[in-house]
Design a protein around this ligand. Structure first.
Ligand code: ADP
Ligand code: MG
Length: 246
């Protein structure tokens, strides 16, 4: 596994005059979790989608240095979004096998066995053969997590994956994701400073037009972190970086 690095990156949507970001430099260390915060519309999803190779035809992108090259990067990425769309007409296990199917590979017995093992890890093996509409919001996101793991990529990009969940479910899923994605390079977009503090080994706040990245020093303990008194101080500093001075 290798680090992801951008130096002096500029991204502009085709047809726009203003770049979303310019002179942006950032490193995502292999095997580490980065939490990315920032006000709505500042460009978080754009950065993530660019790294996932989803914007190549929609943007102008330049950088003085980019490693690995975008094609190689995109091949190594699994992407999980907020309302992760499970196909309503497929069973839970077939949703977990969706990437295999979309890649034109057969969903054979070995694939199903692996999917079942992953469903067991997220505690949903008993739901393998039901449609997604029989699941709660938290259970659906656990299926989406299993589907992400099924892709078995070293880099996992997550765009507000837990934000639609209630506090208790979110806390449980943060712990589960931290355990299951321990060895991955993870970039997690969140609007929740507490989530960033629980899961971020690097914490970045994106802000401004064009957007910049500010580093917040995370607590030293290992993730997932328990909420402690140190959180309150750092959370305050995150809120200030987000623009909540008043
Ligand atoms: P965030 O995820 O931080 O809320 P986004 O990356 O979604 O922000 O959006 C950043 C800016 O880029 C917004 O002004 C948005 O309107 C614009 N934008 C997003 N997607 C596109 C697109 N496909 N074409 C043009 N502009 C876009
Ligand atoms: Mg977004």
């Amino acid at each position: 596994m290798i680090d992801i690095r951008l130096e002096n990156a500029t991204l502009t949507y085709l047809g726009d005059s203003q770049p979303i970001f310019t002179n942006l430099s950032v490193q995502f260390t292999a095997g580490n979790w980065t939490a990315l915060l920032g006000p709505s519309g500042c460009g978080k999803s754009t950065l993530l989608r660019y790294l996932a190779g989803l914007l190549s035809e929609k943007v102008n992108f330049t950088a003085s240095k980019q490693a690995p090259p975008i094609n190689e990067l995109a091949d190594n990425v699994a992407y999980m979004a907020q309302q992760d769309l499970l196909m309503p007409w497929l069973t839970v296990i077939d949703n977990v096998c969706l990437a295999t199917r979309l890649n034109g590979l057969p969903v054979d017995a070995a694939t199903k066995t692996r999917a079942m093992a992953l469903l067991e890890q997220v505690g949903l093996d008993s739901k393998a053969n039901v449609p997604p509409n029989e699941l709660s919001g938290g259970q659906k996101q656990r299926v989406a997590l299993a589907r992400t793991l099924m892709q078995d990529k070293p880099i996992v990009l997550m765009d507000e994956p837990f934000s639609a969940l209630d506090a208790v479910t979110r806390h449980k899923l943060q712990n589960l994701a931290a355990a299951l994605l321990r060895d991955k390079t993870v970039l997690l977009i969140t609007h929740d400073p507490q989530e960033a503090l629980r899961l971020g080994e690097q914490i970045l706040v994106m802000n401004g037009k064009p957007a910049q990245l500010n580093k917040i020093t995370p607590p030293k303990s290992a993730i997932p972190r328990d909420i402690d008194s140190e959180f309150a101080t750092i959370q305050q500093s995150i809120l200030e970086h987000l623009g909540g001075h008043s």
